[in-house]
Design a protein around this ligand. Structure first.
Ligand SMILES: C=C(O[C@@H]1CC(C(=O)O)=C[C@@H](OP(=O)(O)O)[C@H]1O)C(=O)O
Length: 364
């Protein structure tokens, strides 16, 4: 239960971190979208572990195989299955967690719910599960590109260091130039130093990832329980380690007057625009044609080597642990591509639902 999202463009996630494989089944992608494994691989390469000092050192190639849904280089309207086999599990690192939940890791909740919980690598609760999001997101992004919709994500905050650049094209170019995936290269340096310092201390650090989608037409989203912002919040909040979601001004609306943040309209070349975008491109739950802006607050990775208090659930006694093994000192850099994929999945779903993309054949 709870492994599928989307109505017309739906994604079912499967697998676990130390099991055989992880991936996703995507149903509802219309036929005739040109799609190759490389289209997906280049996105997975941005997420894969072991690429820099600010990620987990686990070494995985994360090579995708497409098992179904493509005929002669194009989608054929049937379910697309993308799979990545796990190759570099170190399950012995996890033997100490069998009955000993890591503080603030999903371990305890999953042990309590299922009883039979694969504690190795956090099982299905692992960040590695986001491979499925990225596979589906790569397809969604290609689909959206046919309608000139583009999405970019960047790290805008790590600890108390903030990024200051938010011009779409600059951010798009700059995120590829630094391991933190921040659009402001000055801030990126300071962020990297902070992450490496936390890693050195055996600790980790949280931050904020922002995603901007441009070219989204007005009219996506449905009242009352399937508003576009509601659906975005749902998918974003479902990413591991996310503890907060904002759209547009988000929590800052609480300290604002309407006269300060209302987005005033104007007309240019017979088109309607707003002069500001504090609504983040969504009003009344429906897109208004302005860029869709979302932010996620990502908690620090809970698995740290600093000594922490926990309990042994079998012996019912207190215990201290220092978590070894391979973990990200900060989740944010790799979460950028997961956030972007998640936004793409929701937009693809709503583009089909609203009739902007034909549900079965892209050429119609
Ligand atoms: C491997 C990835 O992230 C993993 C996420 C994770 C966790 O508990 O969530 C724990 C670590 O797993 P392992 O101990 O097996 O290396 C991370 O490395 C990945 O994202 O590809």
């Amino acid at each position: 239960m709870g492994n599928t999202i989307g109505k017309m463009f739906s994604v079912t996630s499967f697998g676990s971190s130390h099991g055989k494989a992880v991936g996703a089944v995507i149903d509802g992608c219309p036929a005739n979208l040109e799609l190759s494994p490389e289209d997906i691989q280049k996105e997975l390469d941005k997420r894969k572990p072991g690429t820099s000092g600010v990620t987990t050192p686990r070494k995985e190639e994360d090579k995708v195989q497409i098992l179904s849904g493509i005929f002669e280089g194009k989608t054929d309207g049937t379910p697309i299955t993308g799979i990545v086999y796990n190759n570099n599990q170190h399950s012995k690192d996890y033997s100490m967690f069998k009955n000993t939940p890591r503080p603030s890791h999903g371990d305890y909740g999953w042990m309590s719910k299922y009883g039979n919980y694969d504690y190795n690598g956090g099982g299905r609760g692992s960040g590695r599960i986001t491979i499925g999001h990225v596979i589906a997101g790569a397809i969604a992004k290609k689909l959206l590109k046919t309608k000139n919709i583009e999405i970019v994500s960047q790290v805008v905050q790590i600890g108390d260091i903030m990024a200051h650049s938010n011009d779409f094209d600059t951010v798009k170019e700059n995120v590829e130039k630094n391991s933190v995936r921040c659009g402001d290269l000055e801030a990126a340096k300071a962020m990297e130093e902070l992450i490496l310092a936390k890693k050195q201390e055996g600790d980790s650090i949280g931050g904020i990832v922002e995603t901007v989608a441009v070219g989204v037409p007005a009219g996506l989203g449905e009242p009352v329980f399937e508003r576009l912002d509601g659906d975005l919040a749902r998918i974003l909040m479902n990413i591991n380690a996310v503890k907060g979601v904002e759209i547009g001004f988000g929590f800052d609306v609480a300290t604002s007057s309407a006269s300060e943040i209302n987005d005033e309209y104007y007309i240019e070349d017979n088109e309607i625009y707003t002069s500001t975008n504090s609504s983040g491109g969504i009003i009344g739950g429906i897109s208004n044609g302005m860029p869709i802006i979302s932010r996620i607050a990502v908690k620090p990775t809970p698995s740290i080597s600093k000594c922490q208090k926990t309990v042994n659930l079998e012996k019912m006694e207190a215990k201290e642990i220092s978590i070894q093994g391979r973990h990200d000192p900060c989740i944010c850099p790799r979460a950028t591509i997961v956030a972007q994929s998640s936004v793409a999945i929701v937009l693809a779903d709503h583009m089909i639902r609203s009739g902007y993309i034909h549900p079965s054949n892209l050429e119609i």
